[in-house]
Design a binder for this molecule. Sequence first.
Ligand code: ADP
Length: 386
Amino acid sequence: MDDRIKAAPAADKTVSEARLMSVLNTAVDGIIVIDEQARILLYNQACEKLFGYTPEEVAGQNVKMIMPRDYAQAHDGYMHNYMTTGHRKIIGIGREVRARHKNGTEFPVELSVGEASTPDGRQFIGLLRDLRSRKEAEQRVNDLQSELVHLARVSAMDEMGAALAHELNQPLTAIMLYLQAVSRSLDKRNDAANETFKSVLAKAVHEAERAGNIISRMRQFVEKREPNRRPVDLNHVVGEAVELTLVGLRHRVNVKSTFAPGLPKAFAEPVQIQQIVVNLLRNASEVLKDREDGLVTVSTGQDGSFVTITVEDNGPGIPPAAMPTLFKAFSTTKTTGMGLGLSISRSIAQNHSGDLIVDPGGHGRGARFTVQLPAASREEEAEAGL
Ligand code: ADP
């Protein structure tokens, strides 16, 4: 039809044919019409750009010529199946498929197929949308997301920074007091005072170490570096993350940690896993901020080939309306929230071949988030020299 219309002198076209052709050629999506034998009857201008063939080259040819070999082989079967059983694989549904350019390159397209009954028999109309730019955009989003993973840590640190000064004040004041006590003891200069001197000095050292540890852990947390996945002791990683979060929390909350003994190592990048735990703990503490009896339970465990971290609170649970978009970026119920925490946390878990799953709770139960991470294999442990 396309061939005929295109080849025919303008004067021979009926008004409606000319109108139809101009509509088809204006469309940005590729449009192809085939008959029951899969022969191409119509092929619009957008298709010329997509596939590199002219309408003359494709007219009357089997539509398989624009499909990659594996699809092409299955196509006769699909057509036959539909003709005999009416069972629809794609008609009226639409899906993402691969298409093939004249030069052999393959590319993704979204294909929707409709059907028309004509005096010449059944015809199928395919609409093809080029997905290449969308795929590139998706790739960019992925790249940006990994950048965000880092940025989110840095911005979390900003908030922690203010709390840091406050928290460090306490051990440092203690150090001062101990040291003052030492100097007073020394003033007296007798043997008994010497003993006191030693024990007080030991305490001073301990407090100073504590302060130093907090700072160095925070620095490790924000440091930008290549992720280095290795077999890690999840109890240790989670324990540190809990400690780190408690330092930065705006609202005080009770946290109970239960660490399963004898857990297999997880194959993970520890800082990123800590980032998930920090996000989950902060969310939990936020929902509990007005509750006297607020409690967050953090536990580790094993589930088949996964090692798990569970963070559960006794808050109101996730509102059902928030569930469908819970893990989507920028979905938040908070006035000041960015809605990135859960989306980033899930991407991290999934990039580790694990997952982050949620039991929304409600009706008196709080939300429960479970991070699943693959247990390190023997080979991985051996390679890491464990
Ligand atoms: P943000 O904290 O910036 O809002 P998140 O992705 O971390 O972004 O969280 C998205 C939303 O999920 C929150 O706004 C909140 O409504 C909900 N949410 C997260 N954790 C909990 C929880 N423990 N209990 C109830 N709701 C929660």
